[in-house]
Design a protein around this ligand. Structure first.
Ligand SMILES: [Zn+2]
Length: 64
């Protein structure tokens, strides 16, 4: 997964679902750390770029 594809507002699908059942997340912050918000429950999680890359199954919707 190329980090340059993970722009703000990109929607990603994770390999493992969130405990709420949701698999789609929106990238709400980029940089040294990434923040992703669960589209189902709204919970925000902070991840390092490496952690984020490992969790992604696919890009569901390209960002800006
Ligand atoms: Zn959730």
């Amino acid at each position: 997964m190329d980090l340059t594809l993970l722009r703000l507002n990109t929607v990603i699908e994770t390999k493992k679902p969130h405990p709420c059942g949701g698999k789609l997340w929106r990238i709400v912050r980029t940089g040294a750390d990434y923040k992703i918000a669960c589209l189902t429950c709204g919970r925000v999680v902070m991840l390092t770029p490496d952690e984020l890359k490992k969790r992604i199954r696919r890009i569901a919707e390209a960002g800006q």
